[in-house]
Design a protein around this ligand. Structure first.
Ligand SMILES: [Zn+2]
Length: 111
């Protein structure tokens, strides 16, 4: 059995980003409502499952925009630059951290 060579769980990060975007919307319209509280609770539970170092990078990226960007047709949708095929292969194989070599965003590669 292989050990994980990195500890970035892109699905969790992607879900966390969705929750945080929902929170920013809920906080505007429904601050303090039961809905908003439930989403805050989900977000805290999710954050607790993520490596603190990964989380602090996530927060830095979020402060500047999107922390998790989709990659389509080999292009990072955060910086709109292509990711070299060799890097994509390594990301897809799970051998390296899934992040864009150009802008540093975590990437979710759509296949
Ligand atoms: Zn990028």
């Amino acid at each position: 059995m292989d050990e994980d060579e990195h500890n970035v769980d892109i699905d969790k990060l992607s879900r966390l980003q969705e929750l945080e975007i929902r929170i920013s919307e809920l906080d505007i319209v429904h601050q303090g409502s039961a809905d908003a509280d439930a989403v805050h609770t989900q977000r805290e539970a999710l954050r607790a499952q993520i490596d603190p170092l990964v989380l602090s990078r996530f927060d830095r990226l979020r402060a500047a925009g999107l922390a998790v960007a989709h990659v389509r047709g080999g292009m990072c949708l955060s910086c709109n630059l292509s990711i070299p095929q060799g890097d994509l292969n390594r990301i897809n194989s799970g051998k390296v951290e899934p992040s864009c070599p150009n802008c540093g965003s975590f990437v979710h590669v759509d296949v």
